[in-house]
Structures are given as C-alpha cells and as structure tokens.
Design a protein around this ligand. Structure first.
Ligand code: PGA
Length: 252
C-alpha cells in the first residue's frame, strides 16, 4: 500500500433539507475529528449549506468540498456557481464528474474543463469515474481507460499528480452492492497500469485513488486494507455522524 494520508470524503448530495440539520451534522463530524490529521476528512454539503458548514468546521481538521463547479470564473451564467465563489467560501476540494451529474449530460470533455479550472485556482479536484455495469467480456475496463485517457489529454504529469481519482462503479452507488475487495484491488492495479502507460510509473503512483459505492462501517476496514485504494468517497453513510466516524476509524 502507498504511504499517503488516506482521504475520506463525505458527499452529502442533495441532503439534508434544512440548514439547521446540515450545521448539526457538520458540528458532530468536526467534533469527532477535532485534531486528528489522519485520515484527511472532507465533507461536501450542497451549495446553499457550504457557507455555514464552512464556518462550523473552520477550527477543525475537516476540510470543505463542493459537489460541482462551473467552468467560467464569473459572469452571465444563470444558475451556475464559479470556482472563485467556492474559493471565497473556503472550499478546498471539488467533486467533478459524479455519475449522478454525468447522468444529467456531463461529458468527459466538460469534466476535463472543470478539472483544469479547479487546478488553475489551486483547489483539488476529485474526479469520479466508473462503469454502469460489468459485462462478461470485461469491456468496462475500456470505459475506465477512456475516462483516464481524456484526463491525460489535457493534463500534464505535474497536474495529474494533484488530482484525486474516485473509482465509483455506478452499480454500487446507493444500492448496497459494494464492490468486492477483489474488484477494488483489481481496479486499483488497472488504474495504476493505465496511468503508467499514459504518463510514467512515478507519476501514476502519485495520483490518489479513492473507492466509492455503498461504503459502510461494516465493510470499510476490509476494503481499505485489501482494496489498496487511499480512501473513500462516501454517500449515504456520510449523513450519519456515527457511521461516518466509524468509516474514518476503520482507515485510521
Ligand atoms: P453511496 O454513494 O455511498 O451512497 O453509495 C457514493 C457516492 O455517490 O459518492
């Protein structure tokens, strides 16, 4: 396993409904993670909650993430949120290309544009990749390779090293069908091999890899120890402070 600080990211998606609940959840998470530097814990509330949640976690070691960003820094783009606005709120990480956004039409091309904007402003992109289903001929590996290749087309080695890649098989997201430890390990090796081909081995080793898809307190320790990724992108289980804390503990 690589000797990096593991990263645990809580993706709250379009939850919770009220600001009060978002603030309470962030306080509960920050309290459990007050001074611990390992793993690095990140939470990604929805846009309306970023500002208040950011204030609540400011004095803790928990970092703030956004769930998306627009490609332009400011201007007439109704409904969009810019990287400069996110940065002003203290956001440090931005999730891009989540399968739930790709399902709404986000392409690899757009994902790459967003990644470039995020890096230009010295924030850390968490790029989600993953297949819809696993076919017996294993064609899904080609899809993963294509997603990585599209990043390599626009990012030099110095840039890709700053990117976090989250492998999230769509069939595992929110379904309870967690990938097996073998699936995760196999994908970790595959991604590293592809990145080595696209860049070189030392660069490939520096790209942080996360697994996401029905990570729970019950499966986190084994997935972490034997899956060989460097942390998790957690959806549902990040909405309960106890569960999220148990996942954090599992990789500590
Ligand atoms: P899940 O979501 O943990 O609820 O499966 C993961 C994600 O969508 O990032």
């Amino acid at each position: 396993m690589k000797q990096t600080v593991p990263l645990i990211v809580g993706n709250w998606k379009m939850n919770p409904v009220t600001m009060a609940d978002a603030v309470a959840l962030s306080i509960a998470i920050a309290r459990k993670q007050k001074t611990a530097l390992e793993p690095q814990v990140v939470i990604a509330p929805s846009f309306p909650h970023l500002s208040e949640v950011g204030k609540k976690i400011k004095k803790s070691t928990v970092a703030l993430a956004a769930q998306d960003v627009y490609t332009q820094p400011l201007g007439p783009f109704t409904g969009e949120v810019s990287i400069t606005q996110l940065k002003d709120l203290g956001v440090q990480y931005v999730i891009v290309g989540h399968s739930e956004r790709r399902a709404l039409g986000e392409t690899d091309e757009l994902v790459c544009e967003k990644v470039q904007v995020i890096l230009k402003h010295q924030l850390i992109p968490i790029v989600c990749i993953g297949e819809r289903e696993r076919d017996e001929q294993a064609n899904f590996f080609t899809l993963i390779e294509d997603q990585l290749r599209s990043l390599a087309e626009v990012l030099p080695a110095a840039a890709i090293k700053k990117v976090v890649v989250a492998y999230e098989p769509i069939w595992a997201i929110g379904t309870g069908n967690t990938a097996t430890v073998e699936d995760v390990k196999e994908m970790q090796l595959f991604i590293e091999t592809v990145l080595t081909k696209l860049y070189d081995r030392s660069t490939a080793r520096k790209v942080r890899l996360l697994y996401g898809g029905s990570v729970k307190p019950e499966n986190a320790a084994l997935l972490h120890q034997e899956g060989d990724m460097e942390g998790f992108l957690v959806g549902g289980a990040s909405l309960k402070a106890e569960d999220f804390a148990a996942i954090i503990k599992a990789v500590s």
